[in-house]
Design a protein around this ligand. Sequence first.
Ligand code: RAM
Length: 356
Amino acid sequence: MIPQRFGRLAVLGTTMVFVLAACSAPAGDSPSADDATTEPSAAASEAAGGDLNVVFIPKAVNNPYFDAAAEGAQRAADELGGQFTQIGPQNATPDEQIPYIQDATTQGFSAIVVSATGADEVAPALQAAMDAGIPVVGYDSSPASGAYDVFVNQTDFSLIGGAMAEWACNLAPDCTGEIAILSATATATNQNAWIADMETALEDEQFANLELVDTVYGDDDPQTSTEQAQGLLQSYPDLKVIVAPTTVGILAAAQVVSEEGSDVKVTGLGLPNDMREFVESGVIPEFGLWSVPDLGYLAYHVAALLVSGEITGEPGETFTVEGLNDGEPYEIGEDSVVILGPPFTFDESNIDDFDF
Ligand code: RAM
């Protein structure tokens, strides 16, 4: 079982603020100074004076998951007297994300925080930023090792894989039958790690009657995810459970299953506000996540600590962030990874306690 206690979520969720001022680049556009980076350019002049001025580059800016992280990052910026800017592509692809990284490198930001759409694909652009003296923090989805100073992981990867196997078992009648995965992009480091761990977990004898029949990719795009979910229902008439380790995919799958009146159950990782109606209808009896605002809050703090030189990203370094980790220090681990904390399971008993 994964831990059930996650007290700060409800408090954080009630104060969500959306900070996407610089995120309006049309699909496929590179982030030229004329569009998405209008705000960074203005911010750059402030940074020249030594101000803390951190840019977040999510996988894509039209994903509510990253809005929730932005809320936490903005709060950290306000508390630390720094600036927060979010820029990024409309589609979660490395090709679209790389120009934003390159552009951020020349705009005078004091640190770059990035959720990598492809660990290796974005690495050269991030290494160039590091070579230019800009600290790089990965959050949510890791860049390749060596292409960041610290990676802020939302939770231990293996806890998610095991939990997803357990949820699928709970939702398939008698823990028996066909299950399928609807993921984000095929290059996403985080989803791929969770899926690999889930596959390992499924080898356990207790899951012997579950058969993983397919893994498909919705690219964290609502339309593609919807089509992939429809495809699963058509291709596998005996399917029992769709597991979607992506907030975009789980929502699309739940909508498809509901619209088609299917008996298939859905689980995975979702935002409580998206999932509420499906928990009530029984399509998603249980699912998981972590405090996404806390993830943004911690990532901003880590960026600030790197900028000030209080940490360098070396394994073994410790630091404390007030309000997180029960006030206990975080320790930078192997591969310069810091783990926010344990994940949380939502179901009908607690879904109404959360608002994000
Ligand atoms: C989507 C993104 C993100 C992931 C969540 C669970 O919003 O793919 O990277 O962490 O789902």
